[in-house]
Design a protein around this ligand. Sequence first.
Ligand SMILES: Cc1cc2nc3c(=O)[nH]c(=O)nc-3n(C[C@H](O)[C@H](O)[C@H](O)COP(=O)(O)OP(=O)(O)OC[C@H]3O[C@@H](n4cnc5c(N)ncnc54)[C@H](O)[C@@H]3O)c2cc1C
Length: 483
Amino acid sequence: MFGVTKKREIALADTIFDVVVLGGGPAGYTCGIRAAQYGLKVALVDANDRLGGTCLLWGCIPTKAMLFSAELWDHLKHADRYGIDVNPPKLNWKNVLARKDDVITRHTKGLDFLMKKNKITTFKGFGKLTGPAKDGVHTIDVKLSDGKPETIKAKKVVLATGSDARVLPGYKPDDTILTNYEILKIADAPKSLVVIGSGAVGVEFASIFKSFGADVTVLEVLPRVVPVEDEEISKELLRQFKKRGIDINLSIKDTKVEKNKQGALVTWTDSNGKQQSKQAEKVLMAVGRAPRTEGIGLEKTGIKPDRGFIMTNEWMETTEPGVYAIGDIVGGMPQLAHSGSMAGMVVAARIAGQYAKPINRARIPGCTYTEPQIGSVGLTEAQAKEKGYNVKVGKFPFVGNSKATIVDAHDGFVKVVSDAKYGEILGVHIIGPYATEIIAEAVTAIQLEATVEEMMFTIHAHPTVAEALLDAFSSVEGKPINV
Ligand SMILES: Cc1cc2nc3c(=O)[nH]c(=O)nc-3n(C[C@H](O)[C@H](O)[C@H](O)COP(=O)(O)OP(=O)(O)OC[C@H]3O[C@@H](n4cnc5c(N)ncnc54)[C@H](O)[C@@H]3O)c2cc1C
């Protein structure tokens, strides 16, 4: 009698999958599950020992689990403000990390369950393309994690191999110079931290570790923090970070990190051309993410990567017939879990010959999980003007929102960018309480092409932070109720 492994080997040798997905991050596993839901026979290969990719293991989920602990900690420090007397609360770093790991484990197990539920054949190993399809069938070579080789045959291939943290040239991550990977398993909360880069990843860690009591310094080469956001959002985050005691340095250059016994000395040239320095226990490099496209056999295909990124058309098709790319490896797409997972759903539908809608970049929300949070979608005011719209803006401050008072988070605003001619909503930019949750309403409004007037007559439950959106839409017409 054959064992289970042998039976699987024999079955695999004869199997031609409909789709093989390389990469089990949010882009890859979503694509695999949706393809299976359409009745396709799916194989999923992941190089890691656990499914979930950067998002679940080293990105979205662990950071937000730590952020939740940081928020609780912030509230506990001021518990008396809410009528609760507590003995001085104590931070237990080991348990902060343990809870974060528990959240990850629950969801990796959840993914294993979903693979089984959807009858997806999974492989733990590193997969690579071997060349164009022969007679409509692609061959993928996999080096399994136990070192054995495996060959998978499939009619379509979806590349979803994700990205890795970049570091400044000449540096390597270690226990002082950190990327998102090292900082998420740091043995103790650092007393001082220099964050290089003020994109979403940089400011999120700056915010979290400030809450946990670190002396935080942020260095940014551009003239504003969160540079992809609307300028007013950048200004407000800068104001609030300064209020929290985070030291922000903009328009800097020539950053150097010299390790020493106490950690590292970071030096830079400030915006006035003066040399500055900061000694810190740890340094986080948050200077972008590089696509993981080396060694996956692209050179054997018609795909010519652009600085490592794979270019696709609106249906995520690459220049190699039958090969698709989704997620962080795709050039010109935001490196966000939800844009990757939606791309995965679009590809699955296309392969299955089902209805699909291409991704519209203007409708991908961006969320930054700082204190305060940022949620945005669509054009910034400057982008709308550049595109030649006759722009009409409405802005509503959270100070006029009763739920914001209840949750003690009055700072920030909702800004609506619209086209004066037809009242089209071009962009919505929120900084303040629950911004990353309530942005969903704006995404839906833009997706369904709602006008400002329609949103002004959309009922919002009371008291909710979401009501700030109703007031912001009304502000476009100069008619907010609560300010
Ligand atoms: C600190 C941090 C916080 C973040 N927070 C957010 C957030 O809050 N919201 C958000 O939307 N985004 C967030 N992101 C971005 C998000 O994590 C990524 O956009 C997302 O994980 C990309 O998904 P992906 O599937 O393309 O790639 P990945 O998640 O990187 O997954 C790729 C997978 O492919 C596997 N792989 C690689 N090469 C091969 C191969 N040759 N064969 C087989 N498998 C392979 C890898 O093992 C990995 O599991 C964050 C990122 C970081 C670093």
